[in-house]
Design a binder for this molecule. Structure first.
Ligand SMILES: Cc1cc2nc3c(=O)[nH]c(=O)nc-3n(C[C@H](O)[C@H](O)[C@H](O)COP(=O)(O)O)c2cc1C
Length: 186
């Protein structure tokens, strides 16, 4: 079974990417196949509500969004990780969420998990996990319970701060365990 991780941080090699890879490595150790999409390496433009997808036509915006959704369709579980930006997901991730109207009805039943990384403890990680969960629920995905979201403390200046957040890394281990349980009971 395949788990796809989407990293919503625009900073390559920073805290959110580490937290996601840490979680995926836990799942790999449990025998799951994993794959990662880094939005720091992709171009995803904003949805402009042109309405073409609602008419069953292909999205006319030419960028990396379609390729990312193709990978989502092949995954059994999707873990979405975002930095906390003003108590919200990153704009890069929100752009991807809005464009996901093109896979409406096609993510149903996939297992979903969320990870959020902020500058401080209680800096909005719960809100960000909740936003990611709401997006997943809108797609009728099967989310793992909120208290098993990965919630970590990173840093604006230190790309490696998250590596020292033992409680945060433990929350990622719990998330991986819960995603594995949900996949095995599918
Ligand atoms: C525009 C912006 C807004 C931010 N807002 C918050 C916030 O509301 N709460 C918080 O805890 N950290 C906030 N941060 C800090 C980031 O969440 C933190 O630096 C995190 O480590 C970023 O993830 P990254 O290291 O993967 O890039 C903000 C950072 C930026 C750039």
């Amino acid at each position: 079974m395949k788990v796809l991780g989407i990293c919503g941080s625009p900073r390559k090699g920073a805290n959110t990417e580490f937290a996601l890879n840490f979680t995926l490595n836990e799942l790999k150790a449990m025998g799951f196949e994993t794959e990662t999409v880094l939005l720091s390496e992709k171009e995803v433009k904003f949805c402009n509500h042109c309405g073409k997808c609602l008419e069953g036509k292909e999205c006319p915006i030419k960028d990396d969004a379609k390729g990312i959704f193709e990978r989502m369709l092949l995954a059994d579980a999707i873990i979405v990780a975002s930095p906390v930006y003003y108590v919200s997901v990153s704009a890069q991730l929100k752009a991807l969420f809005d464009r996901s109207i093109m896979v409406r009805g096609k993510l149903k039943g996939k297992v979903g998990g969320a990870i959020a990384v902020g500058q401080v403890r209680n800096g909005g990680q719960e809100m960000v996990c909740e936003q990611i969960h709401q997006w997943m629920l809108t797609h009728e995905m099967k989310i793992v319970p909120m208290r098993f979201g990965g919630m970590l403390v990173g840093s604006m200046k230190d790309f490696e701060a998250v590596k020292r957040d033992e409680a945060g890394l433990n929350s990622c281990k719990n998330l991986a365990k819960k995603v594995a349980e949900a996949l095995r009971s599918k």
